[in-house]
Design a protein around this ligand. Sequence first.
Ligand SMILES: [Zn+2]
Length: 289
Amino acid sequence: MKIKMTRYLMMMALIILLCSWGDKGHQKINGSAPQFFPARLNNFKDWSAKLSEHGSDADKRKKDDRAEGVKHFIDIDAYKDFVEMHKITENKDTAFSQYGKKFVMKNGTLPWVTDSTYHALVQQFKSKEWTNAVLTAADLGHYVGDGHMPLHLTLNYDGKLTDQTGIHSRYESKMINKYVDEITVKRSHIRKIKDVNRYVFDYIYSNYQYKDSLLNADKFAFEKANHEYSDVYYLTLWNRTEGFTKKLIADSSKSLAELIRQAWLEAGSPRLPRNITFPETANKASVKE
Ligand SMILES: [Zn+2]
């Protein structure tokens, strides 16, 4: 019993510590999204600072809300279907009955919580709850960012299975914090989304491929830095991962813009007010799954 409890507490501590792109990465993803909006959504551009400021509220909730942790990842390679067909059952209820609820919950619910957060945003747009909508959009950006972080998509999320323990925070926090200013997100054309759940799964399948490149870069950098996590290690890790890291951050930002725009369209394109009251405190309420 004692061992079980200790193991549980250690697991919880790890879940709390693993914070995807780190504060700075999430700020960049959320804050850059409004630039993708077309002229009709100009008033959304005022949201940029608040989306960025609340980009890590979802991670902060993990401390008080036991149900929050599983929402930030999906160990997609735990699914035999994914290993064999690069695809899993995407409907949550069907997934529960096919794979077992316990299995699904244990391996993380990130795609489905992204979908429910999107739907919460649609409802808030419909009822013109602008203040809540800003917070929900910030959470949505957080979950989208997590879905673009390859180590949030695998059983080997902290390199333990390949003897690379600690890679999660070396990459997402220490490296990103050092080089975040070199990442610029450029505006491009955004598209409508036909099926949000599908869209989320598609980027998860696609972003998973970078997991191996990242783990290989870590091995290479560790060798090059004579087995020390020194400046040489971080510079080498950055050089080896820069291309896809910049792409993943920019893709996250663009996806967030596409999802917010789609939620607004689905809500019947309500008129966006200027001068809304922006929330000062962190979002403590998570969406119901
Ligand atoms: Zn997270």
